[in-house]
Design a binder for this molecule. Structure first.
Ligand code: 13P
Length: 249
């Protein structure tokens, strides 16, 4: 079964409105490839990005949202608010949200449910800390993250789920996981889904890798059997580098 190939740029808390215009202006000069390309600017720049990309196949997505539909949650943004400006995909459970904003598996489960009930696609991030790997707990940690936030879903809901394996120790550090480490984790994730649901479902889920992906290593990473694309941080802030990564899929 052929799975959707995706390259998504997570801009994190980078780029003001002018920088957003300028980076998108550079990105749209490149030829489109046969893959889904997404960028996730800050909430304040989503509408600007949507306008600039209205004729492009690049999809604008959100980095986060709240699990409630509305209410007294100062500083938060709802699924409905995102949908109302045409955003149909959201990243949930990024390790920086888990670490700095103390998001728990059970909160993330609520966010996943809110995303799906709002007909949004969810890019759900999972990843272990370096200590987990040193203690040989990495498979268990990843299983638990998936089990606690996603294994309550019915088969059909998985059509809207994309997974992104991002080992925390490889994010923004320049240290990429080895090809063997990436492939064995991605195939373990797929096996867990096959065990819980079916092989057919497991083989239909796109699993992205994230963590220091750059033009120099993207082709090797994307050619692994169970890797269906990437979630790119730092390198997505350069139009040239991001384009090279996209072209390598
Ligand atoms: P880097 O590509 O900067 O390591 O970030 C990866 C990431 O966190 C994408 O969500």
């Amino acid at each position: 079964m052929s799975r959707e190939k995706i390259v998504a740029g997570n801009w994190k808390m980078n780029n003001d409105s002018n920088q957003t215009r300028s980076l998108i202006g550079d990105l749209i000069k490149f030829n489109q490839v046969d893959a889904t390309v997404m960028i996730a600017p800050a909430h304040t720049n989503l509408s600007i990005a949507q306008d600039l990309l209205s004729k492009s196949k690049i999809e604008v997505i959100a980095q986060n949202m709240h699990f409630s539909d509305s209410g007294a949650y100062t500083g938060e943004v709802s699924a409905q608010m995102l949908k109302s400006i045409g955003i149909n995909t959201v990243i949930i459970g990024h390790s920086e949200r888990r670490k700095y904003f103390k998001e728990t598996d059970s909160e993330l489960k609520l966010k996943v449910d809110m995303g799906l009930s709002s007909s949004m696609k969810v890019i759900f991030c999972i990843g272990e800390e370096i200590e987990d790997r040193r203690n040989n707990k990495h498979f268990e940690v990843i299983f638990n993250q998936i089990n606690n936030s996603l294994f309550h879903l019915k088969d059909e809901s998985w059509r809207k789920i994309v997974l992104a394996y991002e080992p925390v120790w490889a994010i923004g550090t320049g240290e990429t996981a080895s090809l063997v480490q990436i492939q064995e984790m991605h195939s373990m994730i797929r096996k867990n889904i096959a065990d819980r649901y079916s092989m057919e479902l497991a083989n239909s889920i796109s699993i992205l890798y994230g963590g220091s992906v750059k033009p120099e290593n993207s082709q090797d990473i994307f050619s692994l059997d169970d890797v269906d694309g990437g979630l790119i941080g730092g390198a997505s802030l350069s139009a040239n580098d991001f384009n090279k990564i996209i072209s390598s899929i």
